[in-house]
Design a protein around this ligand. Sequence first.
Ligand code: ZN
Length: 459
Amino acid sequence: MIKRLVPEKAKNLLLYSEVTKDYPFLIEYLKNCAQFNDDQNMEFYSMHKNFFDNILTSVIEQAKSEWETKKLNSIKIYERKDRKICQICNYTPLINVCTIENRLNKNCLEVGLDCVEEYRILGYENNDNILKSQKKVLRQSLLNESIPGIGKELRTWNHLINNEDQMVLKRSLIENYCLLKEQADAYYYRFLKPSVSNKEAKELILKLKDILVKKETEVQKINDYVEKRRDNPLFPSQRIFSSIDTQGKEWLLEEGSITPKTLFRINNNECIRKIFKSKESFFKRHYVELIGASYDNGVEVKLYSNKNINLNCDYRQFCYKFGKSMFEEKSLLGKDFEDQIIEIGTISDQEEDETAIWRMSEILHREYRYKIASIFYDFNDVYIVDHNLYSPDIPDQDLNEIKAYYQVKRNEISEIAKKILFEKLTINGAFSEIKSKLKNPMSKADYNYLIGERQKQKY
Ligand SMILES: [Zn+2]
């Protein structure tokens, strides 16, 4: 089934329009297509493909513009039994029949109101609308004489509270401002109604003027509020506001500023950096140096007790644990803060991380004859060898077969090395933690093969 070349509804309209006369083959088609089968349709389409693909739409638009409804008595009401048919879409029975006339050739068609509407033919209703909107414009200009710029005032009312660069304003602050806008709108649209009496119109003007005075007070209140908090990172812009989750937005509108309830929901790095910077005294009080804070890279710190190592904490986790304390001026978490930072923080630098592991290896070897054989940071692999198994009386040719090597996850070993480094774990404790992770020993031959593969993958 090929597509209809001309929409069913446009056929009669085209047939009686002037524009169609420029396309005799189209008239021929319109007159005969009712009897066409698919093959004939297809054949006709192939002959005039360019026309149907590219021109027909413009011809239909042009045809539409030729028609208008007759100015007077354009709608006649019929009974269902009259079986009136719409000469555009063939709908029947029509009750309301509108006669449309071609401006150019004076052809007339009797059609239903739906088609009048669909083809945007100037009809009874449209004429009415034009008159109505003409009256409305007149009312607007009348009001504008009493209150110059009132229309624009209402249209731009919310710019003060709704724009990306504006601070998030707490709900209670803008409540009155928004209420005034609602009242002003109501009075304004009431005024535009032609049915409003002169007396009421005067009252409406007074009410609107009164609202505008009240508005100024509210504007002043909002501007003062903003001015006082302009450089405070706890009062973010609406751009930042729009990037946080729904619950966070709810809290912010309620509280007006970022609090422990919303801190972990913020994901704007610049905003986070400023907030943490403003809380530097909190870190100092706890003998911690703040290196940096962002959503993407977490909270990076140094402990005064070990300034060689940077520890990195997940942003959200940090905020969950310490957000509340950060916002309390006098909070003192004491030793607990340091302990928890060591607990949740990871050594942020690869070199520092490996150094910590190698240092642990030296102690392990000295005390227990276990040592780290190699670290593959990118693969999160550490290999540990148990030297106790290589006793001097084993013949050389058997050495390669002794199963003394273990593969362990690098981050788990880092955790243990970190705790030794910060003296949160004795070497004895570290050793038993490590031993619990040693499973599936392998021979030196297998180990050599494995690290050979790792090195190949690395380069
Ligand atoms: Zn119709």
